[in-house]
Write a protein that binds this ligand. Sequence first.
Ligand code: EPS
Length: 387
Amino acid sequence: MLRFLTAGESHGPCLTVIVEGMPAGWPIDIDRINHQLARRQKGYGRGGRMKIEKDAVEFRSGIRWGESLGSPVTMVIENRDWKNWKTKMSADPADRDDSIVVTRPRPGHADLVGTQKYDHGDVRNVLERASARETTSRVAAGALARQILERFDVRIMGYCAEIGGIEADHSEMTPEQIFEASESSEVRMADPAAEKAVIEKIDECRKSGDTLGGIVEVCATGLPPGLGSYVHWDRKVDGRLAAALMSVQAVKGVEIGVGFHAARVRGSEVHDEIVKDGDGIGRASNNYGGTEGGMTSGEPLVVRVAFKPISTLMRPLKSVDIATREESKAAVERSDVVAVPAAAVIAEAVVAYELTRLFLEKFGGDSLTEVTRNYEGYLEQIRRIGN
Ligand code: EPS
């Protein structure tokens, strides 16, 4: 089935992604992958790195004349910043320079535990791979994989619901409307008043050397009922999405549908009633965000993801120097004030990848023809249920 591996340090020569399990004969549009990478680079409050990079994939295997071959797809993304790090990140032992060792771990980052676990005396050996630069690879994997779902009219839309405690009012809008309007917003929100307040707060944080987090929402429409399964814990769509999203740098929480709110109300107030929907069967509401019993219900899938503030503070917090054991201030790396607008694109890609994996587990085959036949046969089958 579908799987992927990523490799690459933040300031190494490149990022590499290998996606294995793509069915053969799928038309693959590289521009749609690069479009997602460009979206990930945007957002008010990002740091200097995004001015250096212009992320784009190069296919190194698995694609011929615009179609997947069924073999592993290798994508390489160049790090333009590499030219400034060639000796600092060199593989050659002759380039070693102990004067540039980083020894003051940043609270909230992987720095301290990473040095303890891997027995490193240089925090750089940890932070290079722990960096959210790695999410470029995941966005590429998601952008490739979702081209399978898009053929069957599945839409996956990510945007920001809240940044630095300021909530966007999206209450009167459909997910499509929110998504379309948020695409032209610097903070990926479809609420101009919230956008203005967020920008002011980011400016304020930049001045005081602080950072912000926020909540993003991802909505997927057009999914058939029955992706995932109730029969075993590791096949449940909720668990799969939560695990995939919790693995994104800085994520501290995942909610599906109304999430934690469901714990505070009566069953009669929250369960989605089953009603006739034209010739089919539907739901009167979608409080459970498009999943029931570990399976997609056929209603729009709605996931919210909480990102903590960026760990690198320009006015650093307390730390302990791992070389001298003296209390000091944490090291300062170039960084962002906020990356939540980019996080919406990352969460969208992660959801897209995981849903594609679930889709192929259900309808999988070796070719476009086989997957399409399986999918259409299933739609025909559920139309007959109860008739
Ligand atoms: C990022 C690239 C990084 C950071 C950011 C995400 O580049 P650099 O370290 O050269 O500035 O801007 O990573 C972090 C905030 C982090 O804490 O790791 C990117 O490509 O998104």
